[in-house]
Design a protein around this ligand. Structure first.
Ligand code: GDP
Ligand code: MG
Length: 239
């Protein structure tokens, strides 16, 4: 079975690694090397289907690099993370999203917007409403507030990405058969705005907001999930 390649993007310190490790391993790592850029594997069960995920936890988004271009090219779904305590981290996502769309050469790419550290209400600088606004501006990209610390909406953001990718693939196949008026894109996204009428999914970090809540099987318990952070590998590992 082929891998579903997901890429986690965002400014330094927003919680990309904490979210990834919490999703893959079910633990919260408070101190994580900010320079580590590595890929992780996880097998999950979504709606009784098994998916092998390869998740690239990126670091060093400050400059545009050729490496980043490569992993964006090969990535199938993108988790764009900001911290609700850091306005600049949201600003930085605008450019990142542009890069993803430019490199993929598509109007829509499977993507989720995540406002992390939702547990830090006292330090909050960005409201839920602002997150929803950005999501609307981005063509109703699914939006969640997350907390890696409280494991809130962690599974949901990754599962949403996988669902978007599979939906794309189905539309891509269907598009070829049915309609020539819709431009079915190389990675499967159909440029028909109505198709992706998603409602932003926000919650006050309770993690209960997904309609059709997925069955997420933490396969690490079955020994299927492997974290590859012992051997440091470059971003090429996702290629
Ligand atoms: N309160 C809180 N702190 C978090 C959360 N996620 C990450 N952090 C903190 O933010 C720091 C940076 O997280 P990290 O995952 O390394 O950020 P990255 O640079 O985006 O990979 C961590 O050491 C944690 O202390 C969260 O959901 N809630
Ligand atoms: Mg990190």
């Amino acid at each position: 079975m082929r891998d579903y390649k997901l890429v986690v993007l965002g400014a330094g310190g927003v919680g990309k690694s904490c979210l990834t490790v919490q999703f893959v391993q079910g633990v919260y790592l408070d101190t994580y090397d900010p320079t580590i850029e590595d890929s992780y594997r996880k097998t999950i069960d979504i709606d009784n289907k098994i998916f092998d995920l390869e998740i690239l936890d990126t670091a060093g988004v400050a400059q545009f690099t050729a490496m980043r271009e490569l992993y964006i090219k090969s990535g199938m779904g993108f988790l764009l993370v900001y911290s609700v305590t850091d306005r600049q981290s949201l600003d930085e996502l605008m450019e990142l999203r542009e890069q993803v769309l430019r490199i993929k050469d598509m109007d829509r790419v499977p993507m989720v917007l995540a406002g992390n550290k939702a547990d830090l209400n006292d330090e909050r600088k960005i409201s839920v409403e602002e997150g929803i606004e950005v999501s609307s501006k981005w063509g109703k990209v699914p939006f969640y507030e997350t907390s890696a610390l409280q494991r809130s909406n962690v599974d949901e953001v990754f599962v949403d990405l996988v669902r978007q990718i599979t939906r794309n693939e189905m539309q891509s196949v269907g598009g070829q058969d049915k309609s020539k008026s819709k431009s079915s894109l190389s990675n499967g996204y159909v440029q028909d705005g109505n198709k992706e009428a998603e409602t932003p999914k926000t919650s006050n970090n309770r993690g209960k907001n997904l309609v059709n809540s997925p069955t997420v099987d933490d396969s690490s318990r079955k020994g299927k999930s492997k974290v590859k952070n012992k051997k440091k590998k470059g971003p090429c590992s996702i290629l």
